[in-house]
Design a protein around this ligand. Sequence first.
Ligand code: HEC
Length: 411
Amino acid sequence: MNHVRNCFLVFAACAVSVILTPADADDPAPWQVPNDVNFAINEPDLYAWVTFVALNWPADLEAKGPDTAAAFGVDGPVVWETWAEKEEVFLPGAPDPGDWEDIGISGVRPAKGELPTQQQLIFAAEPVPPGSAYNQNLEVRMNKSTFDYIITNELYSIEGQQAMFYTGNQIGFPQDSIEVKAVWRSITEAEKPRYKWNVFTDKDGNEILFGLTGFHIMSAVISNWFWATFEHEDNPYRRGIYDEGWMLPSVDSVACPDQPVGCMAAPTGLGLEGTVWEHYRLRGTQIDYIDDNGVPIVLTNSEIETGMQTTSSCMTCHARSTIGPNRNVAMEYKFGADQDDYHPSAPVAMRIDINRFFDNGQVGGYVGVPQDDWYALPDTGAYSWPGYARMDFLYSLYSADYRNPSVPEKE
Ligand code: HEC
């Protein structure tokens, strides 16, 4: 009785208590990043969307976390944009990158003409169309758990990575580690209301408007990581150097419960409605190498895995992230007429190839269950280790530099 009277007397307090009914109180807040094995395995598509909303929640820049007072979809930096960027972690000369609090320049970074590693090979020979210098901008960011593990184990240097190889220590990121890879293209003012947008400053100080076109998420919630990828709804219809349309259908059981394969919609009920985020599509999720029939699972993002969409398996390709000993090219020095082709040079860390090179000259990815022989070191009799060390699916670690510079070559 008392309670009811309080409701009438103190209307505001009563309204709050009505919203937080006991049933709702158990539901996690929408800015809470899920970290639940059963949820990830049993409802991967929903897990992907819930993670998507939490990572794209408006950011509190000071706290480097969600601004719980902000409405989802408002303009400005979002949570993952406060995370550490690959370039801030893997520095030239591999020094300790410093404190988490000091890095993660949210939303403001120089535009680079750089292509994602797996695309360099494909597009190296392509002419760049006029005006496309800012066509695509890629960023890779990691959350604090990922960052802390890299610092603790000195994985920001090649020497630190090789120490794991030499000692046989397994690289295993904490279960709440998350990395994202975002791809942007330059957009017009008119396109702004339909894109998560950002302004990047190039090296000449020009500010350029970019819209988010693709977004990869990998979460260590399950041991082979949970994989999800999203794209802007415009992507299938665009034609450009990175826009070849969709070669695989989306699979989204949340937005399209009756017909998940070929889904072209965004889900309702997650707060996307009326925000830029309703223009993004889940292309699919991956929680295993193969399906129940043993068929390799492929999942791709047309803006990121451009040129290899049909041979793209997030999990399989990333399973090839490895580190080995240094390979001394000088060992291959040859005497004779062609000796100029074999300049001795400083040894480099051995890693297995990211890409698969087909006989017809095409470049693609590996699919299916990783094969043991992938990880074998070359059979030269020179190596007594069982094989390459796997680096827990993270390819950003390939950006590490050597801490110790090589001895300068003789004049
Ligand atoms: C053919 C190989 C290949 C495939 C297929 C692939 N990736 Fe990657 N991925 C890479 C490489 C190489 C990098 C490193 C890029 C860089 O550091 O700039 C990377 C980086 C990433 C990152 C940044 C974190 C890190 O350290 O690796 C994420 C997240 C990611 N990929 C997710 C995905 C998802 C999701 C899929 C599937 C839809 C996928 N990738 C498919 C090769 C691949």
